[in-house]
Design a protein around this ligand. Structure first.
Ligand code: ADP
Length: 162
């Protein structure tokens, strides 16, 4: 069975991420989505637990998509879940340098055990990013084009509570 790890912050998960998950699930028997702690907590929207819960809900009917939480190195999570490959998404040239650097580092620090596969989202999802969604949402504009209805609902609920 071939398994692949898709690590990210997913704050929030967007249609861009979901498009990558869909592509990965066609290439591998199982996709393990690893929800990681935000690099800079202060700029985040959802807590790790909230992100995990939302993504689990989104994929509850997909047997080949598993959602886990993680801290530390993505390569360690990949080894823990027996994934020889990590998926990362490329949005264009701006992501390129960082993702290549990450891919090379991950290969090196895993002693060549973990490889990175870069996928491209379909055209209409190419330029969506979580930070852009948070920004548009902060301006009280509609984010339906960028996220699943469940994600939008959870964001609205969180805003009401705060
Ligand atoms: P991170 O903080 O690890 O970059 P993100 O949640 O922002 O986490 O992104 C996780 C992965 O998904 C990254 O590889 C990122 O480049 C990719 N990604 C995010 N949005 C898109 C998109 N619209 N198209 C393709 N890849 C994407």
């Amino acid at each position: 069975m071939t398994k692949v790890l898709y690590p990210g912050s997913f704050d929030p998960i967007t249609k861009g991420h979901m498009n990558i998950v869909e592509q990965a699930s066609e290439l591998f028997d199982e996709v393990v989505i690893a929800v990681l702690q935000n690099k800079s907590k202060s700029l985040g929207f959802f807590t790790l637990e909230e992100r995990l819960e939302i993504i689990k809900e989104l994929y509850k009917d997909h047997e080949n998509i598993k959602v886990v939480q993680g801290s530390g190195a993505a390569v360690d999570l990949a080894l823990l879940y027996e994934c020889k490959n990590i998926i990362r998404g490329l949005r264009g040239i701006t992501d390129y340098d960082q993702e290549v650097q990450l891919a090379m580092t991950n290969r090196e620090i895993s002693d060549n055990k973990v490889n990175t596969i870069l996928l491209f989202a379909d055209k209409e999802y190419q330029f969506i990013s979580s930070s852009m969604v948070r920004e548009v949402f902060g301006l009280e504009k509609d984010i339906s084009r960028y996220v699943d209805p469940l994600v939008k609902e959870k964001m609205l609920m969180k805003r009401m509570k705060n």
